[in-house]
Write a protein that binds this ligand. Structure first.
Ligand SMILES: Cc1cc2nc3c(=O)[nH]c(=O)nc-3n(C[C@H](O)[C@H](O)[C@H](O)COP(=O)(O)OP(=O)(O)OC[C@H]3O[C@@H](n4cnc5c(N)ncnc54)[C@H](O)[C@@H]3O)c2cc1C
Length: 503
């Protein structure tokens, strides 16, 4: 087959389906491509996935979505990072900001200077050199100045948003712009006998939907990629122990924090994601070390506010598709796999998946080299993310429960072991290709988990400690001063983007 793709069919109307629809429609603006989205009227979306990372801001902006309108429509709040509590040890905390720390001095990264001071007995805290950390600590928010006079003020932000409202917002946006929206259940996926390509979908209202390219956004079950194409998951549970979750929404008590809370618990961890009108709570855990009832009890015992929905349980297939693109079927979102939400990456992975599809957008010949390259890139990206996630468990010093003792002793990927060993030596951060997390994020983790290098970078051997101290004091003061002047997160929302409807 040759010629340009003319019809794209998306199955699934969750966050993934509508993000894909909006993006494909934009891509199709100057092309002869139609986009159809089929969504079940009876199968609900997963309804969680409310903490994001900063690339969502660009995603919406590129679609031409007005930020304030989006925030109001999705009851969103701002997110400067994640507060990790009880991870390294019970009672200890650290913050992972969407920002760098300090400034390079004489072309040597900032953290090496901190390392030198620490080694020489002066206690210094990495978080004192991040403006985002300073804002978060004070419950404040300011939008980054696109051209800051001071590079210390460079940081990013993301949102906490209502997952259902976000999908609805993108649905209205996409349908207005021309996506054909069909509410029906897909009952059959019809393959060409010779090529094995998907030719059409049969719907429960009897309709037949033909297409050239099919995007599977049907959630965990992977209706097309697994159900029809037979592409299974590669299990990753040997690295990522949490395979179950319970979630519940509660009323908001007090003002929303400008960050997500991730609190380590006996057999996993708990999230708190504040929106303008409610709090999202969940406990994600290993079914090997606790059961659903105990997890539910534990969750309900540790939430503030009144519950406003039933507790929902999730069984989580931890893994990734062996390939995400097979013939004319491209899997996105939960259909492509599931890595646990500790660093809020689900939505970001939808974005990066869409970006790969658009970069290598096929014609009807479906070039196999392009497909192989997308699958390679996808796997590289996920390998690096797995490293980062595993680190949270492996580096914990907790040994107070079976679960944490298991984590301390579990095997980890060689790539992660190498990174940690290199950092432990002289404080260098190893970065591979296709890292989703920047150097600063790795530093946050090493700092938070108290990984102390054995010696400092020899390049700064002769730098006078008092000179370093003076520079650090300058940075610290400038950041603390700037944070002092910012508005509280709540005041910022009330002034600029208060949602109209409340519960
Ligand atoms: C416990 C948990 C916590 C998470 N936390 C985060 C987080 O904090 N941040 C983050 O970024 N991500 C998070 N995620 C991931 C995030 O929830 C998902 O990436 C996101 O919701 C996208 O889901 P989806 O659209 O792929 O699937 P779903 O929401 O399951 O949507 C599937 C769609 O397919 C449709 N469908 C299914 N079968 C058929 C059929 N036969 N015919 C027609 N339509 C069909 C359904 O009706 C639905 O519309 C979390 C996930 C879980 C499970």
């Amino acid at each position: 087959m040759s010629g340009a793709i003319e019809k794209v069919v998306i199955v699934g109307g969750g966050t993934t389906g509508w993000m894909a629809a909006a993006s494909l429609l934009k891509y199709a603006t100057d092309k002869n491509i139609t986009v159809t989205l089929v969504e079940s009227p009876t199968i609900s979306t997963v309804g969680v996935g409310e903490a994001t990372i900063p690339n969502i801001v660009d995603f919406n902006r590129n679609l031409g979505i007005d930020e304030v309108e989006l925030i109001k429509a999705t009851q969103a709040t701002f997110k400067l990072g994640i507060e990790f509590e009880d991870w390294y040890k019970k009672g200890e905390r650290f913050f992972h900001p969407f920002a760098d720390y300090g400034l390079k001095v004489d072309n040597v990264e900032f953290h090496h200077y901190l390392n030198k001071l620490n080694q020489q007995g002066t206690k210094v805290d990495l978080e004192d050199y991040s403006f985002a950390c300073a804002l978060a600590k004070q419950g404040k928010f300011a939008q980054p100045n696109p051209n800051p006079s001071n590079p210390l003020a460079e940081y990013s932000y993301a949102y906490h948003l209502d997952a259902v409202l976000y999908a609805k917002f993108l649905c209205d946006f996409s349908v207005k712009k021309g996506v054909e929206h069909i509410l029906a259940n897909v009952t059959e996926v019809n393959l060409n006998n010779d090529s094995g390509f998907i030719e059409s979908l049969t719907l429960d209202d009897g309709r037949q939907i033909n297409g050239d390219l099919f995007i599977d956004c049907s959630g965990f079950k992977g209706l097309l990629i697994e159900g029809a194409m037979g592409i299974e998951l590669d299990d990753l549970s040997q690295w990522l122990p949490c395979d179950s979750a319970v979630a519940v929404q509660t009323t908001l008590v007090g003002n929303p924090n400008p960050y997500t809370r991730a609190i380590a618990k006996d057999s996993g961890w708990q999230w708190q994601i504040p929106l303008q009108h409610r709090m999202g709570n969940g406990y994600i855990y290993s079914s090997k070390f606790t059961d659903d009832n105990a997890a539910q009890e534990s969750l309900l015992a540790s939430i503030d506010g009144k519950t406003i929905n039933e507790v929902r349980k999730f069984s989580l297939p931890v893994g990734r598709r062996k390939v995400t693109w097979h013939k004319n079927c491209f899997a996105l979102g939960l259909a492509a796999g599931f890595l646990e939400p500790l660093e809020s990456l689900g939505i970001s992975l939808i974005q990066t998946g869409i970006a790969k599809l658009l970069t290598f957008f096929p014609d009807k010949s479906f070039n196999s080299a392009d497909i192989a390259e997308v699958n390679r890139l996808q796997n590289c990206e996920l390998d690096r993310i797995v490293d980062f996630l595993v680190l949270h468990y492996k580096l914990s010093a907790r040994d107070d429960t079976e679960f944490w003792r298991y984590c301390q002793n579990m095997a980890i990927p060689d790539s992660l072991a190498h990174k940690v060993e290199v950092f432990k030596s002289q404080g260098h951060v190893v970065m591979h290709d296709h890292e989703s997390f920047e150097r600063a994020s790795w530093l946050s983790m090493y700092h938070g988990f108290n990984v102390v290098p054995q010696r400092y970078d020899v390049r700064i051997q002769n730098v006078d400690v008092s000179v370093i101290e003076a520079k650090l004091a300058q940075m610290r003061n400038s950041m603390a001063g700037a944070a002092q002047q910012a508005m509280s997160h709540q005041d910022f929302i009330s002034k600029h983007c208060r949602s109209r409807c409340e519960l």
